[in-house]
Design a binder for this molecule. Structure first.
Ligand code: ADP
Ligand code: MG
Ligand code: MG
Length: 874
């Protein structure tokens, strides 16, 4: 098919095409051209060509050269310039651009087309010799670096020696003559290190650069970035060849990056930075600190006004907040890039709500716009005001990405990785970050840089991840060698803890106490809209009244999983629990259980009260009993003395309960089969709690869930016991009212899913326990999976951790089948899932698709689940 798409006044071939084909940058260059924005003309080579390049062993496909030649000819005609010309040469940039933006991950080559002749031509055409040779030396440098893989320092060394000759320290002070000399030097080192002359043929330069851009698709750092971001299924990168404009032609020129709205807060105000007399990536690289665009009118009022007009044009066209790159050449503005702007969760919510108000988008679009997972950022901790006020503020940098982070200092990405693997919270401290640091940045609690602006690499990447970042804290002197920072005369090293406030930019010494966030009006508005569209109910996993209350505040509509085992560890109860486990016979066991009953009843009462009429699914005791026994000789002694038995007794019972494979052992409903008195106590506690609530006019809606059922017979037997206890308790409490307690089961053993039609005979509801179901379907021990899972992920045997995101084709099949089979027996069977997957947007989408009634997740993920469920329904 067609390999090259032209954009410019002559024609705009890429308009309305797919991002998959042209990449985001290429498509948007075409779109911007078509809506009349000032874009330097050029052409895009498709991602399919990149794919073909790799499939044919890194060779450019046949016919590409001809298409490129034709496009170059059109470009020459449109611009009135010629490649390699000695009077008015055409110069282009060669830019990467995949369908998903990967900021700074791949290569760009600027000023391509310069050779010895063209440089003279450029000097003539611009009447600026210095500028021309500066452009040439930049090209040789970039080309050597990017295309030939030469070390950057080789060029720096040559530059330093030229600076010495001309007795200057700044690049900008080197005169034309010096730069001319430098170009000769550069060509010499180029030859020395590559064994070839710097290519004088612009078409040759272009061909090699195109291959280098394709090559940058598969560098380690690019591959790692895609891994972290979960970017999959792309053909490769497109290549954009675009005629050059110059932001470095003097004081009337400049370059900048901006967002059409504030990407931190969402405020509807143009937000960006620019540098006067600068080219290319000077802003992003954080080498010089730029000025805010708000200050631009002082420099060039007309350009500022034009930018504000472009903000409106772009937002009207895309109905979305944009992130733009622009350059001003001698007072004329050019647009070099636009894309959907990355933003914090907070900004995403505000922008979505504002755009509905502005009639740019409708409610549904607003709900779809906010990535559900990004809501975590609104639910992020901040610093306690009192602790903040008392904090020892060292200095202030730019508030690059909000949040609160506390950690030990790490000076390299590798150190950050090592420390975080040890379980330590770290703050990565760098002069500036570069794409090589992404892994270390990812595992740090926060990022601190001493140079660079709000749009520097560190800031952009951190914001994308919702990670706290303070950038450009210039007062900090970083010595990466000695691993020390110096700030206002004080020194801190790897063993010191600091705190970062990403919302104010403050850097504080020591650990400042953090607190939970408060939610904005826009957040509740968006949640309300989400609730209108979703059909899945959202429940929570909660074991205490406090968790239950928090989840209700977040909008939970019930408890999907209340684990009872945690209740046995609190306070003195563990002693009675152990007495029960150590009991010689049923009589002693019952005596110990009797002491536990009031505790359980009180816990349930508290939870029923907190949920005030909403359903509460209580799971009967699940873990193997030996989990409750002490494991060291020391603690065995203590327990023995508490219970008045010999330590050897405790050890003996521990040994008797020992299992080689406890997760597949005596646990779940199997405990109730052997020790029905445990079930009886728990059910009695639940029913008494419900009766006590009813007497206080609090409606309790317990649902009793029997775990780890694999056969219908197990459930039939245990259901009978539960029903008997319910009746008995009602009778002994002389309770005449209705309780309406449902009895159901967890489906977490594959056999239960396979025979769900039989199991459903005895169940009022199913809840898929997808943690165990995943464990048993894959045969991966959940507790040991980290010994091999990283290898499985890095070797692409698994795409994602199946314990985090539901394996839809395998485990999901059991869920779908279990649900369908269950409902074939009982049409109205209530079905939900509990387990980690209940809070994962991709898993929620699946649950919605297969027709579950609810998902249950941890309290903090309830808002995420509400939004994800709405997005799944839309
Ligand atoms: P990235 O994807 O890393 O942002 P780009 O392709 O956007 O890389 O290029 C980086 C920078 O190079 C741009 O932000 C812009 O400042 C500069 N640049 C690229 N093409 C041109 C051009 N045709 N004219 C002037 N500057 C350019
Ligand atoms: Mg860019
Ligand atoms: Mg389980």
């Amino acid at each position: 098919g067609k390999m090259v798409y032209y954009f410019g006044k002559t024609k705009t071939e890429g308009k309305g095409k797919e991002k998959q084909l042209l990449g985001g940058k290429g498509l948007n260059l075409a779109e911007m051209t078509s809506i009349g924005l000032p874009v330097p003309p050029g052409f895009t080579i498709t991602t399919e060509v990149c794919d073909a390049y790799y499939k044919s062993g890194e060779k450019l496909p046949k016919g590409l050269t001809e298409e490129v030649n034709k496009a170059v000819a059109t470009l020459e005609k449109e611009t009135g310039k010629k490649f390699g010309d000695d009077a008015n040469p055409l110069l282009v940039s060669v830019r990467s651009g995949a369908a998903v933006s990967m900021p700074g991950m791949m290569n760009t080559i600027l000023n391509l087309g310069l050779n010895d002749t063209a440089t003279q031509g450029l000097a003539k055409a611009t009447k600026n010799e210095r500028f021309a040779y500066d452009a040439y030396r930049r090209l040789i440098n970039m080309f050597g670096d990017v295309v030939m893989g030469m070390d950057h320092h080789i060029f720096e060394k040559a530059f330093d020696s030229v600076k010495k000759t001309f007795k200057v320290t700044e690049d900008t002070d080197v005169p034309a003559e010096g730069l001319k000399k430098l170009c000769e030097e550069y060509k010499a080192v180029f030859k020395k290190h590559t064994g070839q002359n710097f290519p004088q043929d612009p078409m040759k330069q272009l061909e090699l650069s195109i291959m280098a851009v394709f090559g940058s698709w598969n560098t380690t750092r690019a591959v790692r970035y895609r891994e972290i971001e979960g970017i999959r299924g792309l053909l490769g990168t497109a290549v954009n060849v675009q005629s050059m404009v110059y932001g470095n032609m003097g004081e009337d020129s400049g370059t900048g990056v901006a967002f059409t709205r504030n990407p931190n807060t969402g405020e509807n105000k143009f937000f960006g930075e620019f540098l006067i007399n600068a080219q290319g990536e000077d802003v992003v690289a954080g080498i010089r600190t730029p000025q805010p665009v708000a200050d631009m009118p002082k420099w060039n009022r007309a350009v500022h006004k034009e930018l504000l007009g472009i903000k409106k044009t772009l937002e009207d066209h895309y109905a979305e907040m944009q992130d733009i790159e622009f350059t001003i050449e001698r007072g004329t503005l050019y647009m070099l890039q636009t894309r959907t702007g990355k933003r914090t969760g907070l900004a995403a919510v505000k922008i979505a709500c504002d755009m509905v108000k502005e009639k740019l988008i409708d409610q549904k679009t607003a709900v779809l716009r906010v990535p559900a997972n990004d809501l975590t950022q609104l639910l992020l901790p901040s610093f306690k005001p009192t602790a903040r006020n008392a904090a020892d503020v060292l200095c202030r940098g730019l508030p690059a990405s909000p949040g609160a982070a506390v950690g030990k200092l790490a000076f390299t990405a590798e150190d950050a990785r090592v420390e975080s693997d040890k379980g330590n919270s770290v703050i990565l401290v760098r002069k500036e970050t570069s794409p090589e640091d992404v892994d270390g940045m990812n595992c740090s609690a926060g990022i601190l840089t001493s140079t660079g602006g709000m749009t520097s690499h560190a800031a952009v990447v951190a914001r994308g991840w919702g990670k706290c970042c303070v950038a450009g804290a210039g007062e900090i002197e970083i010595n990466a060698k000695t691993k020390k920072i110096k700030v206002n005369g004080r020194t801190f090293g790897v063993n010191d803890v600091i705190s970062l406030d990403g919302t104010t930019g403050e850097v504080m010494s020591g650990e400042v106490e953090t607190q939970e966030p408060k939610l904005s009006g826009d957040f509740s508005k968006l949640m309300k809209w989400a609730d209108e569209y979703r059909t899945l109910a959202i429940r929570t996993n909660a074991d205490s009244p406090a968790d239950a209350k928090r989840a209700r505040d977040f909008g939970a509509e019930g408890i999907g999983l209340c684990r009872t085992e945690h209740m046995f560890f609190e306070g003195d109860r563990i002693t009675d629990m152990r007495a029960m486990i150590l009991a010689e016979d049923e009589k002693d066991r019952r005596a110990a259980l009797k002491k536990l009953l009031p505790f359980q009843r009180k816990d349930f009462e508290g939870i029923f009260k907190a949920m005030n009429g909403l359903p509460v699914t209580v799971r009967l005791l699940d873990p193997p009993l030996h989990e409750f026994l002490p494991h060291t000789t020391e603690s065995r002694k203590e327990v023995a003395s508490q219970l008045g038995v010999k330590p050897s007794e405790v050890a003996k019972r521990g040994e008797a309960l020992h299992e080689s494979n406890p997760m597949l052992g005596h646990r779940g409903c199997r405990l109730s089969v052997t020790y029905p008195e445990i079930l009886e106590m728990q059910v009695r506690a639940i029913v008494e709690a419900a009766i006590n609530c009813a007497k206080k006019k609090i409606k309790a809606q317990p649902e009793i869930m029997i775990p780890l059922v694999g056969t219908a017979n197990e459930l039939e037997l245990l259901r009978g016991k539960v029903e008997a206890v319910i009746e008995d308790t009602k009778a002994s409490k002389k309770f005449e009212g209705k309780l309406n307690i449902l009895i159901g089961t967890m489906i977490e053993i594959p056999r239960a899913a396979l025979t769900a039609d039989e199991v459903a005979e005895h169940a009022d509801f199913f809840s898929f326990g997808t943690n165990d179901l995943t464990q048993m379907t894959f045969g991966y021990s959940r507790d040991d999976v980290n010994t091999f899972l990283p290898d499985y992920l890095s070797q692409d045997i698994l795409e994602v951790d199946p314990f985090q995101s539901l394996d839809q084709s395998g485990v999901g099949q059991l869920v779908e089948m279990g649900c369908a089979k269950g409902r074939s027996t009982k049409k109205d069977l209530k079905v939900g899932i509990c387990g980690e997957h209940g809070g994962d947007p991709a898993s929620i989408e699946f649950c919605n698709k297969v027709g579950l009634n609810y998902v249950s997740c941890s309290p903090f993920r309830v808002p995420i689940a509400r939004l994800a469920a709405a997005q799944a329904a839309l």
